[in-house]
Every structure is written in C-alpha cells, then in structure tokens.
Design a protein around this ligand. Structure first.
Ligand code: GLV
Length: 397
C-alpha cells in the first residue's frame, strides 16, 4: 500500500488544516483529525490529497463550507455537524461524490437529500458494538453502585473509615434488565449483563431478536445444568411493560421523529423508583429536563448518561445531581475502535471515488488489517442509489 507523503499546513478561514499526500489528484476534506494511519493510507492509495482540519472543536456549517471550497471529491465528517441539504449541495456543487460520517449513527445527515443529490453516505458499524456496550455497562455500574459519588467523596477528603451505611447502592446480580432496542449494541450490552451478572432480560423494539432470545435460552439451560438459577428472556409487548419490570433500563434505539423523547416524564414515572436509566445512544431520546425533575424527586433513582439532548449543553441542574453519572459522549472512545472507525470512513470514501462496489456483509473485519477488499464497507443509501454490490453477479444487480 502507498505510504502517504506527510507535509504542509494550510489555513482555511479561521481553521487550520494539515495536508497529507499533497500530490494526490483527488481532494478529500476531513473535518477533524482522526487516530491511526491506516485511514490515510487508504486515501493515499486512492490518489487523494487529504486536508485534515486540526481545530479541536466541532465545526459549524460555514467553516465546513469554506473547507469544501470550490473543488472537493469527498468528505469525512462528524456526528456533531449538520449535514443537511445545504451542506450536501455545497459538496455536490464542488464535485463531491462521497461522504462518510465518522460514526455508526447518522441522524445528523439528511440521507434522503444526499440520495437525491446522488451522494453515497457512509457510516462505521461493526467496530464500536462491544466498545459502546462496555461504556453502557460502565455507566450502569457507576450509577447503580454510586462510583462517582464515592470517588468525589474520597477526593474531597471525607473518607473517615468504613461504615455500614455509606453509599448504599443497588445490586444488579439476578435483577431484571430492560433494553429498549435490541440491535447490535443493545444485544451486546444485554449479553454482557445477562452472562456476567445473571440478569433476566426483557426487551422492547420494533423487531424480535431471535438470535438474542436463543442465546439466553441456551445460556439458561447451561446454568440450570450447573445447578444455577436459569436466566429468562422475553420481548415486552409494550414499552410500559418493560419500564414497570426492569431494575435497569438501557436505551439503544435509533433517534428519529418517532423516538424523540421516547423517555419523557410519563415514562419515567412508570419506572421503579430505584431503577437505573442508561443512555449511550442519542441524547434526544430522553426528555432531559424531565429527567432532572425525576432524579430530584427520586433520590433512589439513578441515571448514567453518555449523550445529551443538546450536546454539549446539558439541562440546568443535571450535572449537580448526585444520582446522575455523566460522561462526554465517549461510547466508542477506545483506540482500537476509533482507529477502526477512521479506517472504515476512509475506505467508504476511497472506494466510492474509485468506483468500487459496496460490501454486502455486516462483518467489516476484512477492512481492518491486511489487504482490504476492493469495496466500500458501509454505505447507508447504497440500495436507493442502486450501487453495485461486491461479489454480486452483474445480472443480479
Ligand atoms: C457515536 O455516537 C456513533 O454514532 O458512532
């Protein structure tokens, strides 16, 4: 694989860019610096000059427009950016033929507009499933076992010795776990807590997840064979049923008009008073003002949040609440995952610019090491755009 020449910096308006592979014939803009080098190698191999914005802050649309300029073949953008019709049109007018989000979620992208403009939109699934699930698990334990409160207490020098009633939390082992949305991340999170902590599972979502149900059934048989209490799994008929039953409720739904404020004041009131609510999906799924009120009124309730309704802002009072644990949208923040996301985003853009087909398999591991397939790993509007599929018979396209 070509090793990109690394050089040069360039100012665009008030933004600084590092220019990689300056001799590349195609021009790709990357709106935030990304970890690792493999992603740059992918773009260099596709003969791309890569302009990487090195501002350490989310960019607004005006700055992104300036970065795109009058000629730009493709962009790797961020979930913090408003990729609506206007910005996509700016890209298309500059000759842009590919966009990839550096994220699995793409609620910040107007995909129908991109499709209408003929722009393929990539995302980065498959490398952040377990990583994001691990963060949801970390928040679950932090909230249930009051880890941050305890840590703050230590740091402030209050610890004067063990006490029988100091920071009593809730035991998760053998309790009931509720997941809202049993897709990749929700299922991985559920398996971590069902397997590790023998929690019973209740899930709610538009689709049955037979694989997950079968897994829990088989695991229950295994536990029983070893003289342990078997775990149980069921799909709830309604969200209300799940909320009433669960000791922990973790949200893994996609954000759209139907799921906005899925958890509001009325739904919070349907949960157990000492339940734990986890959100590592998208902030607007929860009415954050209602959550502040609920946590205030129910000190036994706990919340673990990785995402916020109006990121980076948070609802007044949220961060002062002792029963809220909050981290700054770190779900996918491990080195392995972020390097993998960078590789997938770059491979999406590079493959489309090279006229390669789209990878048909949810397993994207072949893109992460060695010689990658000549394909775009994940294009969300591939079908709508009629893009060719890797390995498919031309007559079957
Ligand atoms: C992170 O939130 C992502 O969607 O990748």
């Amino acid at each position: 694989m070509t090793s990109p020449q690394r050089e040069q910096t360039r100012s665009v308006g008030d933004a600084q860019c590092r220019v990689e592979n300056p001799g590349g014939a195609r021009r790709v803009v990357v709106t935030q610096d990304l970890p690792g080098r493999r992603w740059l190698e992918e773009l260099a191999a596709a003969d791309c000059r890569v302009e990487v914005c090195v501002e350490y802050r989310p960019l607004d649309a005006a700055t992104i427009r300036e970065l795109i300029g009058t000629r730009c073949d493709g962009v790797i953008g961020q979930l913090t950016e408003p990729w609506g019709e206007q910005l996509l049109r700016t890209l298309r007018d500059a000759g842009g033929a590919a966009y990839s989000n550096f994220a699995v979620g793409y609620d910040n992208v107007d995909v129908p507009a991109a499709t209408a403009l003929g722009i393929p939109v990539g995302n980065t699934p498959g490398v952040l499933t377990e990583t994001t699930a691990e963060m949801a698990v970390a928040l679950t334990f932090a909230a249930a076992r009051r880890v941050v409160e305890g840590s703050r207490y230590m740091a402030e020098g209050h610890f004067a010795g063990w006490l029988p009633t100091l920071f009593l939390g809730r035991r998760l082992y053998g309790g009931t776990l509720g997941i809202v949305g049993a897709g990749r991340i929700g299922s991985a999170y559920a398996r971590m807590l069902v397997e590790g902590h023998k929690m019973d599972l209740v899930y709610f979502g538009p689709h049955a997840n037979q694989e997950l149900e079968d897994f829990v059934t088989d695991y229950a048989a295994f536990l029983e064979a070893h003289g342990e209490r078997p775990v149980a799994c069921r799909r709830a008929a309604s969200l209300e049923e799940l909320l009433a039953a669960a000791d922990v409720v973790s949200i893994h739904a996609v954000l759209n008009d139907a799921t906005f404020h899925l958890i509001d004041a009325a739904r919070l009131a349907q949960m157990k008073d000492d339940a734990v609510l986890i959100n590592a999906s998208r902030g607007p799924l929860v009415d954050e003002v209602a959550l502040v009120e609920h946590c205030r009124a129910h000190p036994e309730f706990g919340a673990g949040l990785d995402v916020f309704e109006h990121e980076p802002a948070t609802a007044p009072g949220l961060l002062e609440l002792p029963n809220v644990v909050a981290v700054p949208h770190l779900g996918s923040a491990t080195i392995w995952t972020r390097e993998g996301m960078a590789t997938l985003a770059a491979s999406n853009v590079a493959a489309i610019l090279r006229g390669w087909p789209v990878w048909p398999d949810p397993d994207v591991a072949p893109f992460l090491t060695g010689d990658a397939p000549h394909a775009a790993p994940s294009i969300v509007n591939a079908r709508q755009l009629g893009l060719p599929v890797f390995g498919a018979d031309a007559s079957a396209r």
